[in-house]
Design a protein around this ligand. Structure first.
Ligand code: ZN
Length: 278
């Protein structure tokens, strides 16, 4: 079911990891950001839209992770955009014939794997590097690209509506997950991204994270501070005082166990390899 969060902006929440698809109403149809995860949920979304006479005229994927790259045929064939880096990463990761099978086996939780339609996975068009806004006939959507969480990650600011679509940043249920494979300085990159989002905070009334609860204006700085705190503790190999660490009460023990420990280990190995102090 679609739920309004601001004038002309609605969200559709997935059971998987509290994922939020975002619908922005434009003049001739809607922009759909991160369409959703399970087939029946996206069918429900497509139904809600067609039932109210709205067609999808553009799509956008905030970053190149499978749960943000899905698209069921029922949503139509609108252009689906991402940043240039996002599109290049997707092309690279899906370049061999076994890629989708690998994603299904290794990344998608087994209990929902059959519910996730991979046919149209990742068919996105990269916008030219430095593109400032999504090209579509609707409210201006500013692209805030940064190098945190995943290569070519973008948050989107729907300026006239005061809505920040944060992608996989600023979640109240997941700790910051660093881009450990794609970044030479994942900690610095993450902190720089938070600073960039902080620069937009005054314009935000509603915060929509890729996973988790929608927040009001007060939540923007609160979550930035919380995430910065976590990343600094991670950098210093300290013990985080953060309810999001550990097996999540929201998603059960089998999903993303020990992300914090994995990040700690990875950073320690990296320091050893590079011979750099903390
Ligand atoms: Zn992600």
């Amino acid at each position: 079911m679609l739920r309004p969060v601001a004038e002309g902006v609605l969200i559709h929440e997935s059971e998987f990891c509290q994922s939020n698809a975002v619908v922005v109403q434009g003049r001739a149809g809607v922009l759909l950001i991160d369409a959703g995860v399970q087939g029946h949920e996206m069918a429900c979304l497509a139904n809600d839209l067609s039932g109210s006479g709205q067609t999808v005229v553009a799509g956008f994927s905030t970053h190149p992770h499978w749960d943000h790259l899905l698209w069921p045929a029922g949503l139509g064939a609108a252009p689906r955009y991402g940043t240039a880096r996002c599109a290049a990463t997707v092309r690279d990761r899906l370049s061999d014939a076994g890629a989708k099978a690998r994603i299904a086996q290794q990344l998608i939780p087994p209990d929902i794997a059959e519910q996730v339609p991979l046919d149209l996975l990742g068919l996105i068009t990269g916008l030219p590097a430095g593109t400032a806004q999504i090209p579509w006939d609707g409210p201006r959507v500013r692209i805030i690209e940064h190098q945190a969480h995943a290569s070519g990650h973008a948050a989107l600011l729907i300026e006239e509506r005061g809505v920040l679509v944060a992608g996989d940043m600023l979640s109240d249920v997941l700790i910051p997950m660093l881009d450990l494979s794609g970044s030479a300085n994942p900690i610095d990159d993450y902190l720089a991204a938070l600073q960039l989002l902080e620069g937009a905070a005054d314009d935000v009334d509603v915060l929509v994270p890729g996973h988790g609860s929608v927040g009001g204006a007060d939540q923007v700085r609160a979550r930035i501070d919380q995430d910065r705190g976590y990343v600094q503790v991670l950098r210093d190999a300290g013990v985080p005082d953060d309810a999001r660490v550990g097996s999540s009460a929201t998603f059960g023990e089998d999903w993303l166990p020990g992300v914090h420990e994995l990040q700690l280990q990875h950073l320690a190995q990296r320091r050893e390899r590079d011979g750099t102090p903390r």
